[in-house]
Design a protein around this ligand. Sequence first.
Ligand SMILES: Cc1ncc(COP(=O)(O)O)c(C=O)c1O
Length: 385
Amino acid sequence: MNKNIHFMENENAFKVLSRAQKLEKQGGKIINLGIGQPDLNPPKYVIEEAINALKNENHGYSNAKGMLKLRETISNEYQSLYKQNIDPDNIIVSPGAKPIIYMAISMLSEYNCEILLSNPSFPIYSSVIKYCGARPVYYNLKEENNFDLIADDIIEKITDKTKLVILNSPCNPTGSVIKTKELKKLLNFIENLPYKVFILSDEIYSKIIFNPNIPTSVLQYSNNLENLIIINGLSKSFSMTGWRIGWGLFPHCLINNAEKYAVNIFSCVNNFTQFAAISALVKDFNYTENLKNIFNSRVSLMVKGINQINGFQCKHPSGSFYCFVNIKNTNLSSSEVQNILLEQLGIATIDGNDFGSDNNYIRVSSCTSKENIKIALEKIGNYFN
Ligand SMILES: Cc1ncc(COP(=O)(O)O)c(C=O)c1O
């Protein structure tokens, strides 16, 4: 057995989901503020395109990097959004965004090298870093700064051992978004280093940013694509978590190795999903704008309600559908709060420790209707007030 497998971790969000499903099977009614998946349906035209592809298109393997037409569509989107010329050959289409995280980290992990990531952060990053024998080095996203990324907090940790800096904006679990000034400062610093440090920018929530004046991609300000890996996909922006469709943009020096991972792990993504993805990106028809507005309004309701509960407090996130709620004043640990909410009140949330924080937070998502959010807030209020 590979000893490193013991460093690989599970994702608590999936454990909570499975517990919630079990409770529901036993007759309980669970409100899901846990796992981050939009409760909306994907656009109708996307579903129709998938059905059409199943009926009329081919059923064999596609190119391991993904269908050229889809990679061209992704490239066109980057051109129109950020005026960056991305060669479709530098894109790998993958079954969801997650495999790209694995590819990028494992490809760059030399034994004992350092990989910078935020605390708190999406748990898969640290799990894969440790599995691959690299060392996670954390920069803090502090509540007193609205969980905003401060470039200097990263810069002071970069050394010649640093191979990779992971950015995630909007951030899971805090919903914070990197501000232009901080992003420019960080990119400028990394671009001028005498050694090469790669950046992995996980932009899976890029279409759910509430303030129009903050960057939606590192591509907006990057002058050097040769050290940049970008992750995105349709899971969150088109409510397609179960379809498994995402992609990674790799620099020339990494793309051939990324393709090897694709060939070795999944061969290609299923064809009908790729056809559906093309139509999602080409048509959109305001779907993502509408989705963003729905989440903005739900999140506002959530923040207002949370701040009226004794011992709970949270800031309004700048993007995503998450709120990272400080529960320190309940005098309970975050896992105790998660368990009370799930087992006694029927409300699924995620213990903040899953993201590397310190017993003081839970993550709530607004991936349910406003009616459900109101009921959940009322139940939590009745218990704690
Ligand atoms: C920050 C972040 N990156 C990647 C993913 C994985 O996305 P996918 O479901 O497309 O694999 C998630 C899912 O929650 C996420 O929060």
